[in-house]
Design a protein around this ligand. Structure first.
Ligand code: ZN
Length: 386
């Protein structure tokens, strides 16, 4: 993960100060512009983790073996853009140090001000990066760099490129100008065309340890105690995810609601079924978080059950990690904790495991663009089964 965090990466899509790139701005809605700029610049110094990726990037620069095209692949929030921007800063610097640009040369100063015309970010808030975005980029890459020996392009969330856009990009990947470096970040590598992937060097970003997440989250947000424990657990090694949750005040209340929904599920009638469906439909945008919370809740119930029975030999070989029970019930109100404890008796261990599998299956269906309502209804029916 990165310090997508330490660096202020809020790079608001839409703001771009490069005269040469005005064509990227949408006249009607500047927020829709295809290019955004970065704020801040700390090189690799403040990036926690990703040692292998960073080591390889630094090495390639040191040995003058920088490639024309990279794919940074890994979960959303892991720090791909942060690392890409740090690398871009070094690539443009006239005199880069071990971990970042010098901060003093003209390219660095412009980079820090987000006005270096040799660095462009192609990023879309919308669902897709269109072929026109890539064409604009190609028009721009044809112009030689102004202040450096290189020009760096960051295509953020590359999986958003339409097939047409990817095919268009392919032309540049096949014959890049000598000074061009293109970095594509993606949380869904499989959505990229094989032909695109085969022309890029892939760097896989790995999850951080809980301790690393805790360190960054604690120092950045001041969170302590159970809430910190819970978010660290929830973030599952992705610092960006932890910071995102910490910043959204709604999350903890969403958790209470989801726990309520889960506890209402078993054996309830049709009226309840529709109520619960409505809850999911109304919170469609948060579905990933909700499914995560559901998993954690079933895990809490499982642990609660385990504690009651003291041992559960039949499930000893399960590949589910229930050993770190110190995080049990973290961040929940007492009332909810009691509800979970009480509910535990009405679940069998087998049913809990089946429910967790159902949730993961539903998540995969939704990711593959299955009909949302149908996927949710099927899940609820399965969870309601005794
Ligand atoms: Zn410099």
């Amino acid at each position: 993960m990165g310090l997508g965090n330490v660096v202020n990466m809020s790079g608001s899509p839409g703001v771009n100060s490069f005269n040469s790139l005005n064509s990227f701005n949408s006249v009607n809605n500047p927020n829709n512009a295809g290019i955004s700029v970065v704020t801040g610049f700390n090189g690799f110094n403040n990036i926690v983790g990703q040692k292998e990726v960073i080591g390889r990037l630094k090495n390639s620069l040191k040995r003058d073996m920088v490639r024309h095209a990279y794919i940074f692949s890994g979960p959303r929030g892991i720090g791909k853009k942060t690392v890409a921007k740090a690398f871009a800063g070094m690539l443009l610097c006239s005199n880069p140090g071990e971990n970042g640009g010098c901060g003093k040369c003209l390219p660095c100063r412009l980079f820090l001000e987000n006005t270096n015309p040799d660095f462009c970010v192609i990023e879309r808030n919308e669902a897709s990066i269109a072929v026109d975005d890539i064409r604009n980029m190609q028009n721009d890459i044809a112009i030689r760099p102004l202040y450096s020996n290189r020009k760096v392009y960051l295509v953020a969330d590359g999986e958003k490129m339409t097939v047409q856009a990817q095919n268009c990009l392919l032309k540049t990947l096949e014959e890049p100008p000598g000074y061009g470096v293109i970095i594509i970040t993606t949380s869904n590598y499989d959505a990229l065309l094989h032909t695109v992937c085969s022309r890029c060097v892939k760097y896989a970003f790995v999850r951080n340890t809980d301790e690393e997440v805790r360190l960054v989250l604690g120092s950045r947000t001041g969170l302590r105690g159970e809430e910190l424990d819970f978010i660290v657990q929830y973030a599952d090694g992705v610092i960006g995810k932890a910071l995102d949750v910490a910043a959204s005040g709604e999350f903890m209340s969403l958790r209470e609601k989801v726990v309520d929904v889960i506890l209402q599920l078993p054996g309830e009638g049709l009226k309840k079924f529709f109520e619960i469906c409505t809850f999911f439909m109304e919170n469609k945008d948060n579905i990933d978080k909700i499914l995560d919370i559901m998993l954690l809740t079933y895990r809490d119930i499982f642990i609660s059950l385990f504690r009651r029975k003291e041992k559960m030999p039949d499930f000893a070989d399960l590949k589910l990690d229930f050993t770190s029970s110190k995080l049990h019930f973290t961040g929940l109100k007492d009332k909810t904790k009691n509800k979970i404890s009480d509910a535990a008796v009405s679940f069998s261990p087998g049913k809990l495991v089946a429910n967790m599998e159902t949730i993961e299956y539903t998540r995969r269906c939704i990711k593959r663009n299955a009909n949302f309502q149908l996927a949710i209804e099927t899940m609820i029916i399965k969870l309601q089964e005794g």
